[in-house]
Ligand binder design. Structure first.
Ligand SMILES: Nc1ncnc2c1ncn2[C@@H]1O[C@H](COP(=O)(O)OP(=O)(O)OP(=O)(O)O)[C@@H](O)[C@H]1O
Length: 602
């Protein structure tokens, strides 16, 4: 004789198989919430026998959610010791942020199915599961054994509930309790709910302590004077009239990013370019509360007037009160306010003025030669840099003889000689090349070597350079992307613009070819554009996909065909699937596999 729960499990298991085979389901066997989730999972084409979930090991272990959940999980962990249960907290997108398990066997099982910190358990990846349903439907739920969409999860049962910000009502994450299948455990859902309330209470205490601290800092500064002031917290933006009259929501985001970089250096001043193109000097400090860092207080001065703008020759950067230069270092024709970019611009300018031999390294297309050209021009020199490429010596005037090409370069004060790809100098030429470089330096030529990695320069050549500096990769200075896009578009021609929606995929791309690749993408998109501006559909298919793994030729062409069809169908997936002759399930599955993120329109 079967127990009630075993009989129910079997009925659900049978119903699930029928559901997967598209057969008619007997009425009222499967709870409505579970059936809805099965339907969503099937619609998304999620696998039923393998758990394939994204993994992202780098996350903020100090986030407010994690800090609020930690004491609650610590307490539960003690209570769970030796029991066959586990508690898990995820963020609002389903990324597992903490897990505590009572016994080893369950821990090993959860590892096998990737229910562990760093993995994502959203319904769109795993199908029906407690966390996924809690986040999708924003309500507490219980998923028992065979109700899971994926067979590999059917040995466990779970109860989960969303964790909300009690002030804004926004879902911040989910709390989940998982244990081996067994007799019904009515207390599971109650336990989860109690833990959720505890986490929400701690989060509320954090946010009210943060909000009080921000308000106090804001009032102190705005009490005197009427200069623009902005206070930026996680859920709170305070602006006085002088600031709100000049700033948009995009500016808040941009200033928040800039403040996050500089907030820890009290009273730092920095120039920022706002989204409308105007410049402001920002003075920033971090605001702390008893519950930790609450946000940033920003005092702004707008530099609309040309006389207020920093003169690159006389006032090239603002300085912290401690004396270290941190502000932008504008070089003619170049844009960027990223700190690493500023630092390298400053070093290159200093070396150009002092004629200090410099080794400049950075990924391809980051702007090494361009920086040298601009810094050289800033010294007032009229001559253009002479570039000799060690990887392509045949391009030099003196044929294939690299040392001869270097010796033939015009030398003297006011000249610059760039040896590109220093690490490609053949070993048999090293001594002669080192001699040619020494001779050029002795005549007053500014010597610069460029290469992609910092290593790999033979000792004899390395000694010819007195300073080494790195040019940052574009993906490490994405805050500069909008300004770079504007600058590169201006070079393409007057009146070419980029639609705001087309900037988002540019931000998501990795840019292995750096600014050169960005320039190429924009030129091609501008040539292909159908209106005065570059729209989303003018960008190449590779930019609509967030996948980081390298694709085979076949996969890349499949991805491009999909993106093309989706763009032609104006984002309508059903229409695109029909035109390609594939099912809607397949198009969803492939979009997920390639990380295609076209916004749906209509
Ligand atoms: N900050 C910048 N502002 C405007 N344009 C830039 C900037 N940085 C790079 N560029 C542009 O990017 C392109 C590539 O730059 P550059 O040739 O200097 O790169 P590189 O690092 O010397 O390349 P390689 O590694 O191939 O030698 C050029 O068209 C250049 O004008």
């Amino acid at each position: 004789m079967l127990s009630d729960s075993t009989a129910r499990d079997r009925n659900i298991a049978r119903a699930r198989l029928k559901f997967l085979e598209n057969a008619e389901l007997p009425a009222a066997i499967v709870p409505e919430g579970i059936l809805n989730s099965w339907q969503r999972s099937k619609y998304l084409g999620i696998g039923t026998d393998e758990v394939v979930v994204p993994y992202q090991p780098d996350y903020d272990r100090e986030s407010r959610l994690v800090r609020a959940a930690t004491p609650v999980l610590d307490r539960l962990e003690q209570a769970l010791t030796g029991s066959d249960a586990s508690v898990i907290v995820t963020d609002r997108n389903g990324w597992v942020r903490d897990r505590r398990v009572g016994e080893k066997r369950l821990s090993a099982h959860l590892d096998r199915v990737h229910l562990a910190p760093g993995f994502n358990y959203a319904e769109q990846f795993v199908g029906t599961n407690g966390i996924g349903v809690a986040l999708e439907e924003r309500r507490p739920n219980v998923v028992l054994g065979t109700e899971h969409f994926n067979e590999r999860l059917q040995g466990v049962s779970c109860a989960a509930a969303p964790i909300r910000n009690s002030v804004t009502g926004r879902v911040e994450g989910a709390m989940n309790l998982t244990c081996w299948n067994g007799p019904a455990r009515p207390l599971m859902a109650a336990l989860v709910q109690e833990a959720v309330e505890d986490i929400e209470r701690v989060m509320y205490e954090f946010s009210s302590a943060h909000q009080r601290a921000l308000l106090e800092a804001f009032q102190q500064v705005t009490h005197y004077g009427d200069r623009p002031v902005l206070c930026l917290g996680q859920d709170l933006v305070l602006a006085n009239t002088a600031a709100s009259a000049r700033l948009t929501g995009d500016d808040h985001r941009l200033l928040h990013e800039a403040a996050a970089e500089f907030g820890h250096a009290p009273r730092t001043r920095r120039e920022v370019r706002l989204t409308g193109g105007q410049h402001a000097v920002m003075r920033c400090r971090q605001v702390d509360s008893p519950a930790g860092a609450a946000g940033y207080l920003l005092e702004l001065a707008f530099t609309d007037h040309p006389a207020d703008r920093p003169d690159p020759r006389t006032r090239p950067g603002t300085r912290t009160e401690a004396g270290a230069a941190v502000g932008p270092w504008p070089l003619p024709g170049l844009v960027g306010t990223d700190p690493a970019w500023n630092a390298v611009s400053r070093t290159v300018s200093r070396c150009a003025r002092a004629r200090t031999p410099l080794l400049l390294h950075g990924e391809p297309g980051t702007g090494k030669a361009t920086l040298v050209r601009a810094a050289h021009a800033l010294t007032g020199a009229a001559s253009a840099p002479v570039v000799v490429d060690a990887a392509v010596p045949g391009a030099a005037d003196a044929g294939h003889d690299l040392p001869a090409a270097l010796r033939a370069a015009p030398a003297g004060p006011g000249r610059v000689l760039v040896l590109r790809n220093v690490d490609a100098v053949p070993p048999e030429d090293e001594a002669a090349v080192a001699g040619a470089l020494e001779a050029a330096t002795a005549q007053g030529t500014w010597l610069v070597g460029t290469l992609q990695g910092a290593l790999g320069v033979p000792e004899a050549l390395r000694n010819r350079f007195l300073e080494v500096a790195e040019v940052p990769a574009l993906r490490h200075r994405l805050a500069d992307l909008p300004a770079l896009v504007d600058c590169l578009l201006r070079r393409i021609g007057p009146g070419v613009e980029c639609a705001p929606e087309a900037v988002a995929p540019l931000r998501r791309h990795d840019w292995p070819g750096n600014v050169r690749e960005l320039s190429l993408v924009l030129s091609r998109a501008a040539a292909a554009r159908r209106t005065y501006r570059i729209e989303l559909g003018d960008l190449p298919p590779s930019l609509h996909s967030a996948g980081s793994r390298s694709l085979s030729v076949w996969e890349a062409s499949e991805r491009d065909t999909l993106v093309q069809a989706l763009l032609e169908a104006d984002g309508n997936k059903l229409l695109a699937a029909q035109r390609l002759g594939i099912s809607r399930t397949t198009i969803y599955r492939k979009m997920r596999a390639y990380g295609i993120t076209l916004p749906a329109r209509g």
